[in-house]
Design a protein around this ligand. Structure first.
Ligand SMILES: *Cc1c(COP(=O)(O)O)cnc(C)c1O
Length: 407
């Protein structure tokens, strides 16, 4: 592995994202088989890693796609995901996005407000079609995760209350242009405790039962994503208990379980590789300055997320250092108080568990070109996204430049 990382660096340079496609496959199969005995659809949350090859890889295993913009829907379609396996979620959708999603005949649109439902109804009416919808219920349970990735509390912007949902289903049932087929919740990300998910499942399953009594037949029970992974020493949810708990909650209901994992499928499969530029010491505080930065991997800056950091093939006595990038922000760090040996120019550093919310959150801040992405499969490496060039980054400004000068 260590030699192969050096080879990858030689071949593709740094900063670099590398994804283990075999591990993604293993994770998918484990999750899918935990739902054995139930009808299930695993819909990959594209926002966690939107690379076309990653989506295609999961699509080849029959995964669907959970998308939060028309751009993600187009990526999913381009990567070969069948429209009937694509879900459109998200708290704010533009009219043109709704229209295009409906025309693409995707599986269903997840509604998050009454106002949104009325927009979708209006657009479906204009198109003279019936929109398949589900409603995102906010079950008001505390997912016990980081507040920025907690979504299932009343104070969060996501979903609607049980009472509003009921009202919406009754409205949708009567509408000629809405077909309520699903129900949805997603209480947060990086969940490490099972009980909030089961609590939410029970609350939402009870709602499905009361809707049955009103002759509203919900056939898709979407439990969202959120399964946590190990970054450091977290305990994680047992898939067996997860699936059992959901099975128990939906007992007696003839529904297909939809699950929308992002992080669980891809986080551990990804590493971010960066090279040491130099070390510096300020008043006794040690910094390792590397060529990767918060524009490449923002999770440490944004959520003070922990990522394991490893220097490849360097021995020697270790001491604590902050691993920082070149960006002009004090928040630009990849790790704080990391135990590392003495490092020198061009030593290679790996940031682990970077496959989810890594590249997809990357930006061009400080006019840095976004990194390349590489897939590993059965011992071979494949470039799945070229490194950006300066010309790529300025292209859309260059094309306007002349009219500005002629002004
Ligand atoms: C972000 C998101 C997911 C995926 O979350 P993970 O924690 O990556 O599994 C699933 N469903 C919805 C609606 C989301 O917003």
């Amino acid at each position: 592995m260590k030699d192969s990382i050096k080879e990858l660096v030689k071949k593709y340079d740094t900063p670099l994202y590398v994804y283990d496609f075999d591990l993604i496959e293993k994770r998918y199969n484990e999750l899918k088989s935990s739902f054995e005995g139930m009808k299930s659809l695993i819909s990959f949350a594209v926002k966690s890693n939107s690379n076309l090859s990653v989506i295609r890889h999961l699509g080849n295993m029959d995964a669907g796609a959970d998308c939060v913009s028309i751009g993600e829907i187009k990526r999913a379609l381009k990567a070969g995901i069948k429209p009937y396996r694509i879900i459109f979620s998200g708290v704010g959708k533009r009219d043109d996005e709704i229209k295009e999603a409906l025309l693409s005949n995707i599986f269903m649109i997840n509604l998050e407000s009454i106002a949104e439902m009325k927009r979708v109804e209006m657009i479906a009416k204009e198109l003279d079609i019936e929109a398949r919808i589900s409603i995102r219920v906010n079950p008001n349970v505390d997912p016990k995760t980081h507040p920025y990735i907690s979504t299932g509390l009343q104070e969060n912007k996501f979903g609607v209350s049980i009472d509003s949902a009921k009202w919406m289903y009754i409205y949708a049932k009567k509408s000629a242009h809405l077909n309520p087929i699903g129900i949805h919740f997603h209480i947060g990300s990086q969940l490490t405790q099972l009980s909030p998910i089961i609590e939410a499942s029970n609350i939402v399953a009870d709602l499905v039962r009361s809707l049955r009594a009103l002759d509203i037949d919900i056939r898709f029970f979407d439990v969202g994503g959120g399964l946590g992974v190990v970054y450091n020493d977290e305990s994680t949810i047992s898939l067996k208990e997860y699936a059992e708990g959901i099975k128990e909650a939906i007992k007696g209901l003839d529904v297909t379980v939809v699950c929308e994992p992002g992080r669980y499928l891809v986080a551990n499969a990804g590493i971010f590789i960066t090279k040491v530029l130099y070390e510096k010491v300020n008043e006794g505080k040690r910094f390792v300055v590397v060529d990767g930065a918060m524009n490449d991997l923002i999770r440490p800056s944004l959520y003070t997320a922990y990522h394991e950091i490893e220097a490849i093939g360097i021995d020697g006595e270790e001491s604590l250092a902050d691993v920082v990038g070149p960006i002009c922000e004090s928040g630009d760090f990849l790790g704080k108080d990391v135990s590392l040996p003495a490092l020198s120019h061009d030593d290679i550093i790996i940031i682990h568990t970077a496959g989810a919310y890594g590249f997809t959150m990357a930006s061009n801040y400080n006019t840095r070109n976004r990194s390349a992405e590489v897939a590993l499969s059965a011992g071979k490496d494949y470039l799945i996204r070229q490194r950006e060039s300066f010309d790529d980054v300025i292209r859309l400004e260059e094309s306007c430049d002349s009219s500005w000068q002629r002004r």
